[in-house]
Design a protein around this ligand. Sequence first.
Ligand code: BES
Ligand code: MG
Ligand code: ZN
Length: 492
Amino acid sequence: MKIEIVKTNYKTEVDALIIPVFVDDAQALARIDGMVGGTLRDELVKSEFSAELGQKIMVRGRDKVKASNVVLLGAGEKSRYKTETLRRLGGEISKIADDNYFSRVAIELPKNSTGNVRALAEGLWLSEYRFNKYKETSETPKLKQALLLLKNPNINHERALQGAALAVLGTTFARDLVNEPSNKMRPKEIVQIAREIEASTSQINARIFTKKELEEDGFGAINAVSAGSYTEPYLIHLVYRPDKGKVRKKIALLGKGITFDSGGISLKPAEKMSNMKADMAGAATLLGLFRVLPILELQVEIHAVLPVCENMLSNKGVKPGDVIKSYSGKTIEILNTDAEGRVILADGLSYISKKIMPQTIIEFSTLTGACLVALGENIAAIMTKSAKLKRDLLRASRRCGEKLWPLPLEQDYKKKMESDIADIKNISLDRWAGAIMGGLFLAEFVPPEIEFAHIDIAGPSFFEKSTISYIPSGGSGYGVRLLLEYLRIVSQ
Ligand code: BES
Ligand code: MG
Ligand code: ZN
């Protein structure tokens, strides 16, 4: 869909002029009523329109309004209005266009702000996403052109539009990777994508560890988890270095890349196991970010480390009770082969700590079902000992609309992972605080001088049934926009 910024006028011939209105805004209703020759009044009496978010009412365009239709779109309470409202309205507008076969619309923005332009554009574009490459016939979105009407458009609004386009590109790239079935998106296909990203720019380089190298170098945790599958594991290390200028900060990102999680010998139940093709969403998020990173020209060195493999079961696989030696040197007693994410990530964290030595590590993983139980599908959990990292990430979250909620790293609980025969167990002795136990396990593999945040995206990385207007069901690309905002905050 093409989005254009236009100075407010009602002369353009479009299928619909869409005007967001707040609850109890009689003035706005009177103004619009005047624009359409008093026909709105009758319609309001007939309908139950109260301007709640997403509610709508439609009248014919006439008199000064050249649009075929005028749509009043509820924007909710004015006091609760934020940029996220506009993202949601973007999603609603896409639906209205689909339902009514509108291909060209004009949308009046409630405020002149650049943040609003960006959010509305994100909402429109993100809701346009479809994953239908394996369907013979599929519906395409109806909306082809959206004009954003602004009182005083300027160059900053154009920039906001470009910012939105970038965020959407990265997000949809990640969505595609997550939505691919696991027989099409195996570790070697992810390596291929990392190679393509590397080849696209001189600022990004890739180092890829093969199975042989992982064995020689002692990545015992990755080797144990991948042992049950005939597909070979990889560790992908991408680095972005800005062309010029002094690098002040080095940030490392880590993403879980289990291309299919069967649970291993501790087999998952059959129901919904298919969703475990999305267990590489953390890795997909980082690839989505790296896809657009060079365009941003940030003065930060950014590393992305992606352990990628399958968690399958076979006579060669790791078994409950086995003890393995991780890259850090610490031994891990594997008591549940389905708690595999933290195991491969342990090697990722030690690799980053030893070889990259950044100030900061932010890790994304679909780590625990417990996190979904706690926060549901819309919200990811953040666990960190660093007040600063928490503050920056929560700020980024509020700005981009990707929700994040803190869980405590309750140190006392570490006792529950003490092993009789190894340095640590990969699960707790009971079921309580499952999401926190994952975070505590991971934090054991990070030295104290590095600030570390674990983000459990088991919920928002994949929607069985989305309740957010601009996120279709399936892979959401969660985390790309969060990281873009975060990087903007720390690179200033
Ligand atoms: N990939 C799963 C977590 C998950 C579950 C993500 C549901 C998204 C939706 C992870 O590898 C896993 O199986 N974790 C176990 C840990 C447990 C054995 C301690 C879990 O959550 O049951
Ligand atoms: Mg390159
Ligand atoms: Zn698992």
